[in-house]
Structure formats: C-alpha cells, structure tokens
Design a protein around this ligand. Structure first.
Ligand SMILES: Nc1ncnc2c1ncn2[C@@H]1O[C@H](COP(=O)(O)OP(=O)(O)OP(=O)(O)O)[C@@H](O)[C@H]1O
Length: 233
C-alpha cells in the first residue's frame, strides 16, 4: 500500500538554513495494516503524513501509495489521488461549523463527481460510525468524539483504502478517545489500511505495528514491549 524509498525532506528556516526533517527514510506498509507512528514533537510526523497524502511533493526519494508514484504528479493528478486513494483525519476534526453532520460528510462530493445516491452514501457512512440518528446536527451540538466520527465518515466518503490520521485522539478525553480507537480497529478489521501519527499510548497499543521517527528515519518498535501494553490485535 505504501512504499517510500530513501526519502529526504528539508525545509528552509527563517534565515535561509536548510533543516533536514526526513533523512533517507524508508517505509513499507502492507495493504490492510494498522500502523502507528510515534516520536517527539518536531520529529517530522506531520511532514511524513503530508508526503504520504500527496499534500507535499517537494522532497527527494520515492513515495508510492496505492500503486501511484506521487513525485512529479501535477496538481490536478495529486487532487485526484487524494480524493480517491486517501482519507485524512485530523486532531481538530476540521468540520464546517454551520453545516450539519450529513453536509460535512457530503463535502468531498462538491469537489468530485456527485453521484445521484451521494446522500444515501453519506447517511450510510454516518450509520457506520454510529451517528445515524444525529445526521442533522451541527458540529456544535455534537460531543468531541462524535465530531471525530463525523470527520472519519467524511474521510471515508471517497472510498479510500488508506486513512492517514494526525493525532486523531489528541483532542478527546480518555473514554471518548477509546471509542474512536475502537472504531479504527473495526475499520482495520474490515480491510482498511490505517496509518496514525500519535502521542497517545492507547492509540499506539491498538495498532499492529509501531514505528518511531528518529533522526529522520523510521525505526520499528519491538513487538514484545508493546504486548505488555495489552492491545495489539
Ligand atoms: N513549512 C515549514 N517551514 C519550515 N520548517 C518547518 C515547516 N513545517 C515544519 N517545519 C519544521 O520541521 C520539523 C518537523 O515538523 P513536523 O510538524 O513534521 O513535526 P511533528 O513531529 O509533527 O511535530 P508535532 O508532534 O509537534 O506536531 C519541525 O522542526 C518544524 O519546525
């Protein structure tokens, strides 16, 4: 599903110095896997997600996601890739406040082909995440966990096989966060590939693999240590 080879990403900081965030990084993720990426603040986790999601193609090396090589794609092709191959889930949900849950899930249809059964599809996704009865509510009338479920339903709208998540439980209390983690586990069991950047041990304990971003490279965390956290399926 994901094959990244020898990826190097640098930013220019304010005084024109190059800061290398990813340094010859390699990553292979099988289709249907559930992977957590951990690492201290500033280690490059969001940068990595942007590269994998085709939001940033300014790097050296090769990134291939779902069979698509992202480097060198034109903006239009990158947009098509994002609409069809990946769903994004963010810490702060990124819902539009004055739209209902249903309208938020339907948002991607405004940027792509809108099929006649778009509403039915959005309703089914809201049912899937346990919010069928609350589809007409505005985000302000939903709890944090419910907002994140709406965001997950929206991320699934285009039928992606890969979910890229940036601290998806970072704004949720432990109980609500556990419910969202459970939803990710179910989606993974249903065949979706999930890659989540996280600071939360509960989230990484739920993943099948944990990779640590260290000095610009990804290092596999040994499984036995994680087994003691009690979660990996
Ligand atoms: N657009 C940019 N221009 C310059 N430097 C940047 C830019 N974006 C990120 N950086 C720098 O790159 C490094 C990695 O940032 P990134 O956001 O990927 O880290 P992170 O691991 O996701 O951090 P956090 O856990 O705090 O979200 C940081 O030092 C950051 O300051």
């Amino acid at each position: 599903m994901i094959h990244a080879r020898d990826v190097t990403k640098e930013y220019l900081d304010g005084d024109g110095t190059r800061v290398r965030v990813l340094d010859g990084m390699t990553l292979d993720v099988e289709a249907g896997d559930f992977v957590a990426v951990v690492g201290p603040s500033g280690s490059g986790k969001s940068t990595l997600l942007h590269l994998l999601g085709g939001l940033d193609v300014d790097y050296r090396g090769e990134v291939k996601v779902g069979g698509v090589t992202l480097g060198g794609l034109k903006d239009k092709d990158l947009a098509r890739f994002r609409n069809t191959h990946v769903g994004f889930v963010f810490q702060s949900f990124h819902l539009i406040p004055n739209l209902s849950a249903l309208e938020n899930v339907l948002l991607p249809s405004y940027f792509g082909p809108r099929t006649p059964d778009a509403i039915k599809r959005a309703e089914a996704l809201l049912e899937r995440v346990g919010l069928g009865a609350k589809k007409d509510r505005a985000p302000v009338r939903l709890s944090g966990g419910e907002r994140q479920r709406v965001a997950i339903a929206r991320a699934l709208y285009g039928g992606p096989r890969l979910l890229l998540c940036d601290e998806p439980t970072g704004n949720l209390d432990a109980t609500t966060g556990d419910g969202v983690i459970q939803l990710f586990r179910e989606l993974h069991r249903e065949g979706l590939t999930v890659l989540a950047v996280t600071h939360e041990e509960r989230m990484s304990a739920a993943a099948r693999r944990v990779l640590r971003l260290k000095e610009g490279k990804l290092v596999e965390e040994p499984a036995p240590e994680r087994a003691t956290l009690g979660g990996a399926p």
